[in-house]
Design a protein around this ligand. Structure first.
Ligand SMILES: [Ca+2]
Ligand SMILES: [Ca+2]
Ligand SMILES: [Ca+2]
Ligand SMILES: [Ca+2]
Length: 362
């Protein structure tokens, strides 16, 4: 009874032997070939996952930088839009806007400033510092050469409320309504058809401004003209500063945005007063098909619309991006060269200055 039990398959001894054999089989694991195949498959999977992650990461970087650029440029555009819409506020139409047009670089835009003006003054529509009567008849200055303009001190506090706006020397007291480093626009208020001059301010007091004209001139008076009344107002100066190749868009020398490739301005006039902005060459200076804009040739009372275009590029270039080409808008010619790997975004704003002429009639 006991001997039979020793050789029975369900005896405890037989069970132990079988389990030992099973364990040996399990410990043997994969063959070398199996191992190599597994490793290769794993390798392929890992490379695939890695590539997909890299691609996703790159896409998210591109998306992020494009979104960043779009947000920035939108914010800047709305700032410029607001200021252009207010151009000519409380000052004569003739000094509402002005600009320097370029076909090889960024344009410069001047817009009459509203900050130094308190709105409820009786001189509404007429504000602006007058050239001193002792200065004689107007003589056009040389472009890009500094000149002194003597002022009638009773008008250099633009809104005549007894307070001035800019503390240019930083001593805690404001001494002028003109900002050093800011812009100016000058015209003959009595004869706006003579054109406009604009540029930047390098010194300012209530009795004298030192100005560097950047564009424009006043045409000679004609017999039918009224007695000239030369008037100058402070202006916000929007310009690209290409120093260091970073493409800084500045307002009165203060940074608005970096990575700006181009800033172009075009103007729409209705010279013949037919209610329509006619052919590009006749009434659309600064546009692609229009003549270059020279403020000397235009009467701002006929101005209907100002269009600005901003081209911004992403902060970092993307070597894999082959269509990173310069975007040429308005009358700007693109520089020579192929893709630089930068993605670009364009924002165009068209604004009708509501305080100029009979705005809104077209
Ligand atoms: Ca231009
Ligand atoms: Ca004032
Ligand atoms: Ca001061
Ligand atoms: Ca017209």
């Amino acid at each position: 009874m006991s001997a039979r039990a020793d050789f029975s398959s369900d005896s405890p001894g037989f069970g132990r032997r079988c389990r030992r054999q099973d364990a040996r089989v399990r410990r043997a694991g994969f063959t070398l070939l199996e191992l190599m195949i597994s490793v290769s498959i794993l390798g392929v999977v890992v490379i695939g996952v890695f590539e997909s992650l890299t691609r996703q990461h790159r896409t998210s970087i591109v998306t992020e930088s494009v979104v960043e650029v779009q947000n920035n440029v939108r914010a800047i555009a709305s700032l410029i839009e607001r200021e252009v819409r207010m151009a000519g506020y409380m000052v004569p139409d003739s000094v509402a806007v002005c600009g320097v047009d370029s076909t090889t670089g960024g344009d410069v835009l001047f817009v009459s400033e509203t900050e130094p003006i308190v709105p409820d003054d009786a001189r509404a529509g007429d504000m602006g510092a007058r050239m001193s009567s002792a200065a004689g008849a107007w003589v056009n200055p040389t472009i890009n050469a500094a000149f002194d303009l003597d002022l009638d001190s009773t008008t250099s506090d633009l809104d005549a409320d007894g307070t001035l706006f800019y503390d240019n020397d930083g001593n805690g007291t404001a001494e002028a309504d003109f900002r050093i480093g800011g812009g100016f626009i000058l015209a003959d208020k009595a004869n706006p058809h003579r054109g406009t001059i604009c540029g930047r301010v390098t010194a300012a007091s209530t009795t004298q401004l030192t100005l560097i004209p950047m564009a424009g001139a006043l045409a000679a008076s004609v017999a039918s003209d009224a007695e000239e009344e030369i008037l100058v107002v402070p202006a916000a100066r929007y310009a690209l500063n290409a120093a260091g190749g970073t493409g800084r868009l500045e307002r009165n020398r203060e940074l608005l945005a970096q990575g700006v490739d181009d800033f172009q301005i075009s103007y729409y006039f209705d010279v013949d007063d037919d209610g329509v902005v006619d052919a590009a060459t006749a009434e659309e200076p600064g546009t692609k098909d229009g003549n270059a804009y020279d403020p000397a040739n235009w009467d701002n009372e006929e101005l209907k619309e100002v269009r600005f275009s901003i081209v911004v590029r992403t902060r970092a270039e993307d070597q894999a991006f082959s269509e990173g080409n310069f975007v040429a808008l308005e009358n700007r010619t693109a520089p020579v060269g192929g893709s630089d790997g930068f993605r670009r975004r364009v924002v165009v704003g068209s604004v009708r200055p509501r305080n100029v002429g009979n705005a809104g009639s077209i």
